[in-house]
Design a protein around this ligand. Sequence first.
Ligand SMILES: [Zn+2]
Length: 231
Amino acid sequence: MGLYDLKNRTTKFGDKRSWIGQDKKKRSDTHKGDDYAATYGNDPVPAIQPGVVILNSYDPVFGHRVYVKRRDGLVVKYHMLNEPSPLKVGESVTPGQIIGRTGASAANASGNHVHVQTEKGAALLDPRPFILDYLAGNIPAAEIAVSFPSPAKTPTKPIEEDEDMKTLWLIQTPTNPVTGAKGPHWYLLNLSDYTYKWMQNDTQVNTFAALGVEKKTDQSPAIFAGFREVK
Ligand SMILES: [Zn+2]
């Protein structure tokens, strides 16, 4: 099954470890993340959270590594990749996107695995809950706009106005921009202040219900400007 199955976890967050260093001295530390071993060698390593690549480099201790930062500041570190990741710094990553492949690209590595570490500010966090969220498809709504679809490519429904006379657009995207799952997804965009809500379409009666609370997109208003002209 998948790389992040619990049966593949060889060392977990918080485990105490000790070993004999190359200088023959006994060393010990507390494991800062989770290790997931490859079942058959170089397994693909999916991103567990969305974000932007902030580092892609080699380190003698951590091996080939990629760091991805969420907009809320959470940083997911992937260590021990088998070779340099093709991802570029500044590139957006969606959950499930392949970061690289499992490896043992550092001196102390015991075997092919990926080391996943999660941090926010100075705090080290247990990565497992973030992995479980990924496996369950639970991505924080505030992070969704990382991959906010460009409406320029999406079909639209007619505009309506709510009781506050806000101009609302119901916009359809052909795939879920977060998971990449195929199938229509909808959001209601308020063109007066560029806030939006994800909507659920009840196809039986063709009504829409809001999913979660209103969010403000950080997309440039220029991206949406073309819609006004369509009206
Ligand atoms: Zn590790």
